[in-house]
Design a protein around this ligand. Structure first.
Ligand SMILES: *Cc1c(COP(=O)(O)O)cnc(C)c1O
Length: 410
């Protein structure tokens, strides 16, 4: 299996030991699972025997998806959650105590920023830094620092942290390195390559790909020595030490907070992920083509896309990622009526979300950054006319023609 290509790995039947030779794992809607013998039931509850007991904690369809994500991320174990945000919140619920310190990139998905503000008020300390310069990580480490958290390509301005250097720093200081891989997806980038210890994915985005199910995942790459993490409870130390962290998160977050993925959503995501390589190749090609078209247009002030030579981290992206991603943003020159431009477009959908088969377009400042002050937006590089595009898999010439023609109607 090691030498197989990415799609073959995902589809390979050895991973698919499914009842009756079925090619798809059935959707197990059962909440509970019965046993014939009392002893057996007790052994399942004591984790002495493999088995299912209650679907909040473990369900056969969801477990099947967890194993697939582990294959996609080359990890040792994955936990799925009802949303990507639940997977990120699990870090706090499962691993952190009062006064613990996190160093986080300040270029983050908006709701993750909200979550960090939320947990600050519950007693954790957070340093938000410009992680495109690794020195800002180094400068902020103290003896309470438990976690470094970064994204691969940040949304909407597409900054990329020095992922490899940060991995080396975390290893040296035994700090848990967590990467949110959502914008790249496991097909374009495997964070284990840069020594990430936990990998977050919003399954809602490019993995599911069809915009029909919410989901999230957290994968342990097996690279962290959990003996160095002081917040592991004694009861989780009965497992192999590789698994202390993930077992504790499964109990303290998934079991206790209960943001479990449904079997129906797990099924949709399992079908979606089978075609990730095709969808991503096409969507990245569309993004690359559109970025190159827009950068030469007289109405456009700036295009943000890691595949452009003038992108500050173009070299890092080229070295680390299989492709430059399906997300780009651009700014109009002053005096352009961008409402009119957006209304002129026929193919893109005016909608939030990312990584869908359909191209989605969103004016950022007045939608998802609507509650943030003008000054703060300026600080973050979010101008009034910043437009985010998540490219879909539509035919490239149709997309390019549509974006081009909409200029002519201004
Ligand atoms: C969408 C997104 C999330 C949250 O995922 P949901 O499934 O919407 O909860 C987290 N991180 C990134 C980078 C995202 O784009």
């Amino acid at each position: 299996m090691k030498n197989f290509g990415y799609t073959t790995k995902i589809l390979y039947k050895k991973n698919n030991k499914i009842e009756y030779g079925s090619l798809h794992k059935p959707i197990y809607t059962s909440v509970t699972f019965r046993y014939k013998k009392t002893k057996e039931l007790i052994n399942v509850f004591k984790n002495k025997k493999e088995g299912f007991r209650y679907s909040r904690q473990k369900n056969p369809t969801v477990s099947f998806l967890e194993d697939k994500i582990s294959i996609m991320e080359n990890g040792i174990e994955t936990i799925c959650f009802s949303t990507g945000m639940a997977a990120i919140a699990a870090i706090y619920q499962g691993l952190l105590n009062i006064n613990d310190h996190i160093i986080s990139s300040k270029f983050l998905f908006g709701n993750t920023t909200n979550l960090w503000n939320n947990i600050k008020s519950k007693g954790c300390k957070i340093s938000m830094v410009d992680s495109t310069n690794y020195k800002n990580i180094l400068k902020n480490i103290n003896n309470k620092t438990k976690i470094v958290f970064v994204e691969t390509i940040s949304n909407p301005i597409t900054q990329i942290s020095d992922l490899k250097k940060i991995g080396k720093i975390c290893k040296k200081y035994n700090i848990l390195y967590i990467i949110d891989n959502t914008i790249t997806s496991p097909y374009l980038f495997n964070p284990k390559k840069v020594n990430a210890n936990l990998i977050i994915n919003s399954l809602t985005k490019s993995i599911g790909g069809h915009g029909d199910s919410l989901g999230g995942s957290l994968t342990d790459t097996g690279l962290y020595n959990w003996k160095n993490f002081s917040n592991i409870d004694k009861k989780f130390k009965k497992y192999n030490e590789n698994l202390w962290g993930i077992k504790q998160i499964r109990a303290k977050s998934l079991r206790d907070f209960g943001a479990s993925l449904s079997a129906e959503s797990a099924h949709n995501i399992l079908i979606g992920l089978e075609t990730i390589t095709f969808r991503q190749n096409k969507a990245c090609f569309n993004a690359f083509s559109l970025a190159n078209m827009l950068k030469n247009n007289k109405n456009i002030k700036k295009v943000y896309y890691p595949g452009l030579k003038n992108h500050p981290q173009n070299k890092i992206a080229k070295k680390l990622f299989k492709n430059y991603g399906n997300l780009l943003s651009f700014e109009f020159k002053k005096n352009i009526n961008y409402y009119k431009y957006l209304d002129n477009l026929k193919i893109p959908n005016l909608a939030t979300n990312l990584g869908d088969n359909r191209t989605l377009i969103l004016p950022i400042a007045k939608t998802i950054y609507n509650e943030i002050s003008k000054k703060k937006k300026k600080n973050m590089g979010i101008s009034e006319s910043l437009i985010r595009v998540s490219l879909g898999i539509e035919d490239t010439h149709d997309i390019l023609n549509d974006f081009y023609n909409a200029f002519n109607k201004l």
